[in-house]
Design a protein around this ligand. Sequence first.
Ligand code: UD1
Ligand code: UDP
Length: 377
Amino acid sequence: MFVFGTRPEAIKMAPVINKFKKDNRLETIVTVTAQHREMLDQVLDLFKIEPDYDLDIMEDSQTLTGVTAKVLGGLKEVLVKEEPDMVFVHGDTTTTFAASLAAYYQQIKVGHVEAGLRTGEKYSPFPEELNRHLTGVIADLNFSPTELTKNNLLAENTKEKSIFITGNTVIDALLDTVSEDYQFENELLQTIDFNKNKIILLTAHRRENHGQPLEDIFNGIKDILNKNEDVRVIYPVHLNPKVKNKAGKILGDTDRVHLIEPLDYEPFVNLMNKSYLIMTDSGGIQEEAPSLGKPVLVLRDTTERPEAVEIGTVKKVGTDRARIFKEANNLLNNRELYNDMSSKANPYGDGNASERILKRTLYHFDIISNPGEEFKY
Ligand code: UD1
Ligand code: UDP
């Protein structure tokens, strides 16, 4: 049984689910908590996934306690009825942790996809660092995207034989979705001249950035626009009211800033591919952009994804207004620096992560005798 609830979990689980569904040696059940609603449904539609169970828990301005309690309570019934042999969860959301705990209470095994990411800072990102840590403690199979994430788990005394390096499933999704000749249906995006204007794609939503950090980010964006007349900013705004209200207040009337609704995954990744620069506090976008050769400025003080920072396509700049302006301004005006940062590098996967997860699972349940080591990543 796959359990997930938010947009990024859905994007990253979709290729795994579709791979599992094609294998008739397994019965695949999909349960969504709907911690997100509209942003989840967009992804389910795109990847043609029809959930077997939908807990439909989302509330406006929901709390961590509320989400945790509803997932725990709602899943119990589903797990008791279906008795799955394994529950698969993804990443580090509150759905991820609460679903793992619900499975543990029923003594059902847990497979953790995207296991082992860490910053080492309990409150950054909040609550994701603890969510993934606690999920890791519960998990029986850990599918780590990279060597470094495997090593993080080993350093916590996780059993080595439970950890498999697979690559990140987001690359499976990305490679299936991005195409050079993609045409936007969105009317605004159709009017943008990507050759004449330098497009900055902005996203921001993290809880630890709510309040003053978001204000500083948005004011930094205004500074960039004031100094660079050829720049336009496209910002698909997360539906969280704390983000939406602040974005509307500070950037709503700013020339050359386009605040739009969250985009479906297909236009979003194709917009990434056509943009000049990406500024974000998102986790998933930090993994996708290097594959597209797009420089990323990370609007956070910590990142659990240091691989692309080391390669040099992603830079951590935090939320200080002056620093944000300086780093973006450099990239907009220094060609050499830009070219250095925009080399294509793909530290997160080769598009076959889902296949590896399937093989490992079949092997775990003695359905195949070879876990596909020749397919090692
Ligand atoms: C959640 C995850 C975060 C992940 C992010 C991806 C937790 C605690 N946080 O944060 O790790 O990076 O998703 O986007 O698990 N809303 C809607 N419609 C939607 C989605 C959200 O209206 O489709 C609004 C609701 O008012 C909701 C609020 O956004 O209460 C916050 O949603 P929530 O899932 O609690 O937090 P996110 O910031 O989305
Ligand atoms: N994304 C999307 N539409 C948008 C913004 C982002 O489809 O308008 C995708 C993006 O390509 C990435 C994922 O959503 O795969 C990231 O989700 P988010 O930033 O909400 O969460 P995080 O990765 O930070 O947990």
